[in-house]
Ligand binder design. Structure first.
Ligand SMILES: Cc1ncc(COP(=O)(O)O)c(C=O)c1O
Length: 380
């Protein structure tokens, strides 16, 4: 059996040929050809009006928060357990991330914790579809509407997930996706921002390119805008056509990519069904879970921390990774742990007992067998 790796993509001749085409022909008048095709199709698939491709998902969040006017002194709600990229752009803008507790079943934002943490300074809520799991989106959307606070859906990990038949990426004023090399659909590094509001779209497009509107469709551009004449200092978060060509080709296979992820999850589930007192990503009736990564939370009866579990599995040559740490426990966000441990007990508890299993697109049945046998062995 080949060594098991944690993550990696599924690349076919289609991606190779499409990237080759971009290398050969994607210049001059075609310099953004694949970017535009990918944006249009990705928006349509998610029933959104606009898509803005970015160098990665972190920059997509940064763009949207900036377009929403988030600034120093503002607070933005974000779940405790997510990749730091969900929160870092809040900090870039000198605003304050307010880390809220998660739900013990789906591990995403707990609506009651969100409501408790809303203050007059709260200017946005970022909900994260953790590992492909869907939050209680109806409740989160209601809170956003009740308090008139814009909602951002961080769907970086949730390509293919649905909630009552609505695709992840359709919630809130805008949503973001990651095409990092470990993700279901990859461009190596890459991201996408989806929007429905034309003004917000225009603002994001201008912010993406040094305060210029040149990447907007012609009818949305200012006819008086002079070449090289920036109106303000903004970011440079333009995508690269070759990167978009890879994304476009992967996107032609989106159904197959999502099906593979779901297959991996089902294979883990079949083998681990017989193990008592563990949790895997949930998939209630009203959800299809894209399961970017299968996560496993050990029940308290095992008295097993994620660090010990990871070490034990590693001794069996089985890789695994820690469930995301509560962000308030990281040195990156000092001084918060004591208070947040009390306020967000579920996040601290679940995270301490959770691990991520391999989600590599080349995972074989033998390897799934070996991983599940290993888990059963360390639980004996
Ligand atoms: C939940 C979440 N948000 C944001 C990101 C950031 O994505 P990127 O690495 O493309 O910037 C990731 C990536 O891993 C993620 O998992």
């Amino acid at each position: 059996m080949k060594p098991i790796v944690m993550a990696g993509p599924w690349i076919t001749e289609l991606e190779i040929k499409t990237v080759e085409d971009a290398m050969r022909n994607g210049w001059y008048e075609n310099s953004y050809g694949y970017v535009e095709k990918f944006q249009v199709e990705f928006a349509k698939y998610h029933n959104r009006k606009f898509a803005v491709m970015t160098p990665n998902c972190t920059t997509a969040i940064h763009l949207l928060l900036t377009a929403l006017g988030i600034k120093e002194g503002d607070e933005v709600i974000v779940p405790e357990c997510t990749w730091i990229a969900s929160a870092a752009p809040i900090t870039y803008l000198k605003a304050t991330p307010v880390f809220c507790d998660i739900d013990p079943v789906h591990w995403c934002l707990d609506p009651s914790s969100v409501e408790k943490n809303i203050s007059p300074k709260t200017k946005a809520i970022i909900v994260v579809d953790l590992y492909g799991n869907m939050p209680d989106m109806n409740a989160i959307v209601s809170i956003s509407e009740k308090y008139n606070i814009p909602l951002i859906e961080d769907a970086a990990e949730a390509l293919g997930s649905t909630y009552y038949n609505v695709k992840a990426g359709k919630f809130g004023v805008g949503s973001v996706f990651s095409f990092h090399r470990t993700k279901t659909l990859t461009t190596g590094e890459g991201g996408m921002l989806l929007l429905d509001d034309e003004n917000l779209y225009k603002r994001c497009m201008i912010l993406r390119d040094h305060g210029r509107d040149g990447a907007l469709p012609l009818h949305m551009r200012d006819p008086k805008q002079k070449e090289y004449f920036s109106n303000e200092v903004t970011y440079k978060y333009m995508p690269f056509n070759v990167q978009a060509a890879m994304g476009y080709a992967q996107f032609q296979r989106v159904g197959e990519l999502i099906a593979k992820k779901h297959w991996i999850y089902e294979e883990y589930k079949k083998r681990l069904n017989e193990v008592d007192d563990i949790l895997l990503n949930p998939e209630p009736d009203f959800v299809f879970n894209g399961v970017w990564i299968t996560a496993l939370v050990f029940g308290k009866s095992y008295n097993l921390t994620k660090q010990i579990a990871i070490q034990k599995l590693s001794k069996l040559n089985l890789p695994s990774r820690p469930f995301f740490y509560p962000l308030s426990s990281l040195p990156a966000y000092p001084g918060l742990e004591e208070k947040n441990r009390k306020n967000n007990p579920v996040a601290y508890d679940i995270s301490s007992r959770g691990i991520n299993l391999s989600c590599a697109m080349n995972l074989t049945i033998d390897q799934v067998d070996a991983i599940c046998d290993g888990i059963k062995k360390i639980l004996k």
